[in-house]
Design a protein around this ligand. Structure first.
Ligand SMILES: [Zn+2]
Length: 66
């Protein structure tokens, strides 16, 4: 029974046994999983939205049927 697969936690590098007893794999713990997800969310927020200012002037007129 030396058929154990292990991975390294992407967050802290700790060895994690890849089986059903490790629900947060490939992370070692829920904490590391949340940290990693938080970093992804921060990456998305860092992307600036463009084109909002130039379009905001005309939308109210096109919404008016007259
Ligand atoms: Zn970890």
């Amino acid at each position: 029974m030396s058929d154990i697969t292990t991975v390294n936690c992407p967050c802290c590098g700790k060895t994690v046994i890849w089986d059903k007893n490790s629900p947060f794999r490939p992370f070692c713990s829920k904490r590391c999983q949340l940290i990693d997800l938080g970093e992804w969310a921060a990456e998305e927020k860092r992307i600036p939205s463009q084109g909002d200012l130039s379009d905001s002037d005309g939308w109210s007129e096109s919404d008016n049927p007259q």
